[in-house]
Design a protein around this ligand. Structure first.
Ligand code: ATP
Length: 291
């Protein structure tokens, strides 16, 4: 399911003395099956874009197309319930939205609310508990008796239980330790690949955008100012600086190394693994030249 924003502008509290324009003519096309990162300095409009992706906000001007469904500001749309089922959002600190008395009931709540039979909702919950690496015995526990990391996984399972076609992740690892962060991000990537779910990641982490996304869009002062592959975006250090963004750590290291060597490496090293391989090549070549 493609999602397209066409000339989307949005103003909070429109036509009141508190009106605040947050988006200006945003064009963004997110093809079905892609992994799209949306990055930008704080206040640049990322969360406002995100809330248009499942029609929590409707554009003041312009159109959002979510699959076949068109969302425009003034038009009433009876299909919004279907949109919310197809596009799942994992908000920051999703565990704050847990409420049911057991983990199992919490995960089953969304699908049952949408008419999924109890047996199927339960089967989905059991499968997801396993997929998210939670021990089976948590199922009958209160979600509030779990660790922070486990609560986060239960909340994510609740979103996945709706079988969304598109998964929107708003800083999904905020507050987790580095190991927990990597585990969750790797898990989302696996789900994206195995189930073909279109994934949209809103993040401040250049490293996560570089590692996982196949497309990146940069927001700056309410505008979508640059779009491209991670290579295209992170080649462009000067423009990133203009938008108050940094290079990923591996690319920063690569640029310093290149300065010292007086030449460029053939590829951009977007992850530690690729950087390690390139350095090993250089070291091996250095040894061979000396021999
Ligand atoms: N509910 C609101 N009412 C009025 N203005 C708002 C509201 N939410 C956001 N804004 C304003 O809209 C602009 C864009 O905010 P938004 O939250 O989309 O940015 P962001 O890139 O997600 O920021 P952050 O990285 O800090 O979460 C900002 O100027 C912000 O102050």
């Amino acid at each position: 399911m493609d999602i397209t924003l066409q000339q989307v502008s949005y103003a909070y509290a429109k036509d009141t003395p508190f009106e605040k324009k947050a988006l200006f003519d945003v064009d963004l096309n997110i093809p079905s099956g892609s992994y799209q990162a949306i990055i930008g300095h704080t206040g640049s409009g990322k969360s406002t874009v995100l809330q248009h992706l499942n029609a929590l906000l409707k554009p003041t001007e312009g159109t959002v197309r979510i699959g076949e469904i068109e969302v425009q500001g003034k038009k009433k749309n009876k299909q919004l319930r279907a949109v919310r089922q197809k596009v799942g959002i994992v908000f920051q600190f999703p565990e704050h939205q847990l409420f049911d008395e057991t983990v199992l009931k919490d995960i089953m709540f969304g699908p049952m609310n949408y008419g999924v039979p109890e047996a199927e909702a339960k089967a989905r919950a059991v499968e997801l508990v396993k997929l998210l690496g939670l021990p089976e015995e948590v199922m009958e526990k209160s979600p509030f008796d779990l660790s922070g990391g486990q609560m986060r996984r239960v909340a994510i399972a609740g979103v996945l239980a709706m079988n969304p076609e598109v998964l929107v992740l708003d800083e999904p690892t905020a507050g987790l330790d580095p190991r927990g962060r990597k585990e969750i991000m790797d898990l989302f990537y696996r789900i994206h690949q195995e189930k073909g779910i279109t994934t949209i990641l809103v993040t401040h982490s250049m490293e996560d955008a570089a590692r996982y996304a196949d497309r990146i869009a940069i927001m700056y002062r309410g505008k979508c100012v640059l779009q491209g592959t991670p290579e295209e975006v992170f080649e462009n250090e000067t423009r990133l600086k203009d938008y108050q963004l940094e290079l990923p750590q591996t690319v920063k290291f690569q640029r310093k190394l290149e300065q010292m060597m007086g030449r460029r490496l053939p590829i951009l090293c977007l992850t530690e693994e690729v950087l390690a391989i390139e350095m090993a090549h250089l070291l091996k070549k250095g040894c061979e030249d000396e021999c």
